[in-house]
Design a protein around this ligand. Structure first.
Ligand SMILES: [Zn+2]
Length: 455
């Protein structure tokens, strides 16, 4: 049965190695080493012994060895921590660093004018730090050291709180070692409550690196760390930017309100001593480096944005090029079509010219025919007039003919009558004469009949 530092035993499941405390929100290791395994009795074999520094860090996590770290940490995290510490506590304050490793931060604090010392668990690493940086380092744990209560200004714990099997007891002891206005300066991984393990794995979250259940026993959230110190009577916490902000938190803790020193005050204190001036030079260089890094980041972002722009423009250019080619082909096609149309137009022009000539000829012909028609019309009119005149003449002649005919017929009839009369006369004369000559009665009788007939 596991118990959170807060006393709670009910956990939400986080993953196979950790449970999330249902009361305070701390991520609690379910596979921690036992407290006695975390002490260094045998430097050669125990977990936090010599091998932790020489093999474990390199082989199990791929971190640089202690030799490299002793050099690399100074201009990097040590300067970041110092810069923050100066805001809260100025030299020559007394500072103890718990878990000081190779001792480079203790050395920087000493260089800056602090009365600094460190504590480590492995006698080997204590010896290494003492030899490497010529600084006082004691073999812990801190509870076993004879440090007068209320004697320290600052206790620094960088990447230590999460390793403590009983953070309440150790922090309580540390607070007792501090002067009443003393402070703790702490860097520890930050568990963000509500974080889900599958999401963390899926997104390859930076916090995954902090899940080391054998040694990272309590992974605090900002809420749970406040609760821890509130219970210990240190209710003042000020969070500062962590150098590894993607998985760490960094804060100062005190039982009284902080007295913050401004930059002018800090610089004037550092400029008071030759060693302090050296420290200030390091801080200035670091500031410059951070500004350059920031500018580089901005420049990189800008460069990336410009590269994207260039890529986008290249894409557009290719599209345009393609379009240009397509339009070129279209223009060629249209040119051919235009030429054909032009040729056709020319041919039609010729045809129009020919037709125009023909129209003109037809027009001339039409005019000529018009004249001819006019002439013929005139002639026709004349002929018509002549015809009418001749009609009249014919009518006259016809009338004359009819009259002549009637006259002829009348004369014929007269002739017939005359002929008949002549015949009758001839007949009467003939019988007259015959009667006279013959004197025959018969002839006389006939003559009388005829004379009676034609009287
Ligand atoms: Zn808890």
């Amino acid at each position: 049965m596991y118990t959170c530092w807060c006393g709670n035993k009910d956990f939400f499941s986080f993953n196979a190695d950790y449970g999330e405390c249902g009361v305070c929100g701390t991520l609690v290791s379910l596979n921690a080493l036992l407290p006695e395994q975390l002490q260094v009795n045998d430097d050669e074999t125990d977990f936090y012994g010599k091998k932790y520094w020489l093999n474990h860090q390199i082989e199990d996590f791929g971190y640089p060895g202690i030799e490299n770290r002793a050099r690399a940490d100074l201009p990097e995290r040590n300067l970041h921590w110092l810069k923050t510490l100066l805001k809260f506590s100025l030299p020559p304050a007394t500072v103890l660093e718990l878990g000081c490793s190779h001792g480079s931060f203790v050395a920087l604090l000493k260089q800056s004018g602090y009365n600094a010392s460190g504590v480590e668990m492995s006698p080997w690493v204590v010896g290494y730090g003492q030899k490497t940086f010529d600084v006082p380092i004691f073999i812990g744990p801190v509870e076993t050291l004879k440090i007068p209560l209320g004697s320290l200004d600052v206790i620094a714990l960088m990447d230590v709180l999460e390793h403590l099997p009983d953070p309440v007891a150790t922090m309580s002891h540390c607070l007792q070692l501090l002067k009443p206005d003393g402070l703790l300066l702490i860097q520890t991984p930050q568990f963000k409550e509500g974080m889900h393990y599958p999401t963390l794995v899926e997104t390859r979250g930076a916090f995954l690196e902090q899940l080391k259940p054998d040694e990272h026993l309590f992974l605090f959230s900002d809420r749970s760390v406040r609760e821890l110190f509130r219970r210990l009577g240190a209710e003042y916490i000020q969070f500062e930017p962590a150098i590894f902000g993607h998985y760490d938190m960094f804060f100062a803790v005190s039982r009284v309100p902080f007295k913050i020193h401004d930059t002018g005050k800090i610089e004037s204190v550092l400029l008071e001593t030759a060693a302090g001036r050296m420290t200030l030079a390091f801080l200035d260089l670091q500031k410059r480096e951070l500004e350059v890094v920031q500018k580089l980041k901005e420049s990189e972002t800008d460069r990336a944005a410009r590269l994207n722009n260039i890529n986008a423009l290249n894409g557009m250019l290719k599209d345009l090029e393609y379009d240009h080619l397509a339009r070129g082909e279209q223009i060629d096609t249209l040119t051919v079509m235009l030429r054909e149309v032009e040729a056709d137009r020319a041919a039609r022009g010729d045809q129009i010219d020919t037709l125009t000539v023909m129209v003109r000829e037809v027009e001339v012909d039409r005019a000529a025919r018009g004249e001819q028609i006019d002439k013929l019309t005139a002639m026709l009119i004349e002929v018509e007039a002549d015809r009418a005149a001749r009609g009249e003449q014919i009518d006259t002649l016809t009338a004359m003919l009819q009259k002549s005919e009637a006259d002829r017929l009348a004369k014929g009839a007269l002739i017939d009558v005359l002929k008949e009369n002549l015949h009758i006369l001839f007949l009467r004369k003939s019988f007259h004469w015959l009667n006279k000559l013959t004197n025959w009665p018969e002839v006389n009788k006939i003559t009388e009949i005829i004379n009676k007939l034609y009287e």
